[in-house]
Design a protein around this ligand. Structure first.
Ligand code: KG4
Ligand code: ZN
Length: 328
């Protein structure tokens, strides 16, 4: 069995998975969203204090499995250093006490493995990763063969939803709030620019669109409910059109057989529908994680750890490091 630990941002999560069958035996997550909502975004110091309270509680719930562990998988990058340290410190203590190897898991790779919980992997796979911290297209050939084909030049897709929600005073996290509001709005009342529409660059950018929304919000203050919904709908339409236009260029080059969308923002229904159409157009199969595994969780960390364990990709408990950034 392998223990999974996740604390890269505002979710404390612990799980136990069986290595041979990949079965998830225990999985618990405590989200801190309500605590951070008061401040309109994640407060790192508060997040780390909450992890310090919640992770040991979750570990205690996993106590019946601890004697059967063969390894520990823990997220060590990328993420908030002060929150990553909480999970890593717990992994270090357990590793030393029980003589267990540690698989240090890249959080972005863990999101890819959210597709394979209790399943075998599918490679090669073209992956669109959309989360609060990242917007990337990845060409994935295996556990340690991942190539970045496109990334964001500034804000990420999920982050732009969070910021637009904050501008309109709607709360945190903005993704589900904007998505729900957009359903009630007219996406054509306002004409927002699709980022890098006329650029040949295969990259993402959300800061220009975010600023265009800021100007719209200023212009229409105080916002009535109708205008809020129309802005949300226009923003979401432009944000997704950008994802689609750049991904389409990559589809033209790679012609993938298998394509997946992962990360917290992959829960967005309009994103899912848009990419289902793109896949149908190119004869690709669309893979999506179960909704419960789209946002940060330990199950995907342990699943990635199972492949790391098989390759003996271990990190020393005394020298494991955390980092806000990570490459493949
Ligand atoms: O993967 P995740 O849980 O954490 C990070 O690794 O960042 O992703 C969280 C991000 C937040 O920015 C949140 O607003 C966004 O995913 N998100 C969404 C939706 N649900 C969550 N964005 C757009 N539409 C959604 N339905
Ligand atoms: Zn994430």
């Amino acid at each position: 069995m392998i223990l999974g630990i996740e604390s890269s941002c505002d979710d404390s999560s612990v799980c136990v998975s069986e290595i041979a069958t990949k079965r998830l035996l225990f999985h618990r997550k405590i989200s801190q969203e309500a605590e951070h909502a008061k401040y309109g975004g994640v407060v790192p110091e508060l997040a780390s204090r909450l992890h310090a309270v919640d992770l040991p509680r979750l570990l205690e719930e996993a106590a019946p499995y601890l004697d059967d562990l063969q390894a520990i998988a823990v997220t060590n990058a990328p993420g908030l250093s002060v929150t990553l340290l909480e999970g890593v410190a717990m992994a270090q203590a357990l590793s030393i006490a029980k003589g267990l190897p540690i698989v240090a898991v890249n959080h972005l790779k863990a999101h890819i493995y959210s597709l394979f919980i209790e399943r075998d992997t599918i490679f090669p796979l073209l992956v669109l990763l959309i989360s609060g911290g990242h917007t990337m297209v990845l060409d994935v050939h295996g556990y340690d063969e991942i190539h970045t084909l496109a990334t964001t030049m500034d804000d990420s897709f999920g982050e732009s939803f969070d910021k637009v929600a904050k501008m309109m005073g709607l709360g945190y996290p903005g993704g589900p709030i904007i998505e729900n509001l957009a359903k009630k709005g007219d996406p054509d009342r306002f004409d927002l620019p699709i980022p890098l529409q006329h650029s040949p660059k295969i990259a993402f950018s959300y800061s220009g669109l975010k600023n265009a929304v800021r100007l719209l919000v200023e212009e229409h203050k105080p916002l009535d409910e109708r205008t809020k919904a129309d802005i949300a709908a226009a923003f979401q339409k432009a944000a997704i059109a950008h994802l689609m236009q750049k991904s389409k260029k990559i589809f033209e080059k790679i012609r993938p057989k298998d394509f997946a969308i992962v990360g917290g923002a992959s829960a967005n229904t309009a994103v899912r529908e848009t990419f289902a159409n793109l896949c149908a157009q190119y004869g690709a199969t669309l893979h999506l994680a179960d909704l419960q595994f789209c946002s940060d969780n330990a199950a995907m960390v342990a699943r990635c750890g199972i492949d790391g364990w098989a390759m003996e990709d271990f990190t020393d408990a005394l020298t494991i490091e955390v980092s806000p950034r990570a490459n493949f």
